[in-house]
Design a protein around this ligand. Structure first.
Ligand SMILES: C[S@@+](CC[C@H](N)C(=O)[O-])C[C@H]1O[C@@H](n2cnc3c(N)ncnc32)[C@H](O)[C@@H]1O
Length: 237
């Protein structure tokens, strides 16, 4: 018999909700057969949880581990993140950067990113992370429109994802990777025949984004069933 109590406690792995398409026991098996998180990520998760409902925006530990592994494999000189919140994903990327590597974080919230800044300090990565506060589309448009980044993570307002893609692609090196979060929208991207409730603006936007990206000849795309769905898009040379 499976129950929610089968899921590991608040150690950064207790995010079954984001992988709700997996039975809880299978999710538990999955996370307990990955490397454990450390105290810094666990403390950040606990502090973020104390924020209440907003804490649901934090990426889960399995997704964070994937970000770290991809960053270490790609060894980007420059990485960029759209949607930093309290800093979990940025820590996962920043810690795996090669010597001299830099991460640019874009967010609108001074309050939430002030938590991120404390954890960058604690993790010893402040020197390689730059935070720009303001609407991400404006921050992106102000960057030089030439290939600069090797890795990008998009995890902010869903209705702007297509705009972010268009702003990122010219700034991405050939073979650079864009990682896009929440592409499955808890499964709601599937149009249900006879559905009585209207799809939310986020779901409508994500459906359109996913369809356009799958047809986009500038990138090679794979969608992974990690957390709430993660798309990897490689910029074709
Ligand atoms: C889902 S959270 C990001 C979670 C984060 N990646 C993590 O690992 O915890 C989304 C973030 O996007 C930010 N955001 C929303 N709209 C934005 C915009 N137009 N420009 C920049 N940031 C935005 C929010 O302030 C929030 O911190």
């Amino acid at each position: 018999m499976t129950s929610r109590s089968d899921i590991p406690p608040a150690d950064g792995h207790s995010f079954h909700g984001k992988s709700g398409f997996l039975p809880p026991q299978l999710y538990r098996y999955l996370v307990t057969h990955g490397s454990p998180t450390d105290d810094i990520l666990a403390d950040l998760t606990a502090e973020t949880a104390a924020l209440g409902g907003a804490a649901g925006m934090q990426i889960p530990a399995d997704q964070g581990a994937l970000l770290t592994i991809l960053t270490a494999a790609i060894a980007p000189s420059r990485a960029i993140e759209i949607g930093t919140f309290t800093g979990y994903s940025s820590l996962c990327v920043a810690r795996a950067l090669p010597p001299g590597g830099r991460l640019l974080c874009l967010d609108v919230s001074d309050e939430w990113t002030s938590i991120a800044r404390r954890y960058w300090e604690r993790a010893g990565v402040s020197d390689r992370v730059e935070l720009r506060l303001g609407p991400a589309a404006e921050s992106l448009a102000q960057l030089p429109a030439r290939p600069t980044f090797d890795l990008a993570f998009i995890d902010a307002d869903k209705e702007a994802y297509q705009a972010y893609l268009e702003l990122l692609l010219p700034r991405l090196n050939p073979n650079g990777l864009i990682i896009v979060d929440n592409v499955l929208q808890s499964g709601q991207v599937l149009a249900e025949d006879g559905a009585e409730t209207e799809a939310s603006p986020n779901v409508v936007a994500m459906r359109a984004f996913n369809e356009a990206l799958a047809r986009d000849r500038r990138v090679q795309v794979v969608m992974l069933p990690v957390a709430d769905g993660l798309t990897l898009a490689r910029k074709l040379p």
